[in-house]
Design a protein around this ligand. Sequence first.
Ligand code: GLN
Length: 307
Amino acid sequence: MHAPENLKPLLQEILQQALTVNDGKVADYIPALAEVKADYCALTVATLDGSVTSVGDSQVAFSIQSISKIFGLMLAMERMGESLWERVQMEPSGQPFNSIVQLEWEKGIPRNPMINAGAILVSDVLVSHFSASKSALLSMVRSLCHRENVGVDSRVHESEREHGARNSALAYLMKSFGNIEADVEEVLDHYFWQCALTMTTEDLARSLAFLANRGKCPLSGKQITTHRDAQRINALMSTSGMYDQSGQFAFTVGLPAKSGVGGGIVAIVPDYGVIAAWSPPLNSFGNSARSMAMIRNLANRLGLSVY
Ligand SMILES: NC(=O)CC[C@H](N)C(=O)O
């Protein structure tokens, strides 16, 4: 495996290459996200020996959006155990992340926790099982990335609430099938709030290192999830983390990954570390074009694939 001390020049080269990728468009269906500069670009690798190597805008915090689906899922798995899987499936959807069609055919049971319907269902579990679901999630995220001032962008939170018709439709449809227990508006507020968490690529890489390390945080030595749950989260990321581009990502990269419409993507390399990339312009699947290019090039250069 590539020694971490030699990574910097390689990351620099890959970042420069990615800056020549000019396809894609910054998300504008959430107006506050449309204001983010398109030329931000960052790449971080955190390895299990504790070293973190970064290039570009790795100190700039951005809206993690759907990457938060991993954090919500961790808490819901811990609270619900096996019974969670009666309310959300573990199959790829083959549909866009905010699609509604399957949800009616499948009686309000979302395809997986990595698409919006699944994460709204997970938000219902959190709102129903924690007296303060937002602070439970925030303190978990802060302790995972060892940074106490990780926060939430309240403008993004508000902006998404004001333009949340599609997510509201998903939540009310699930409620009509009896698959949402709490008050729908409270569930949506939690979901929008967690999407508005802001983190840097370094925070993301550090916080998810346990997924590459059989559930154990390599820095603190603390067991964050069981080994089995870490494997399950990685499996869901592999099959569904890049939405309806998950098959292509598995074919060309071969790592469990999760993207968000803020332009971030995290990829897990079991027994090695985490790659986190960020650049706002998105392709037609809602995945960052440059972040995908950076992770694909790095994985190919280092021969990193789980297959
Ligand atoms: N893919 C994403 O990052 C989607 C999250 C976004 N907050 C939404 O609900 O539409």
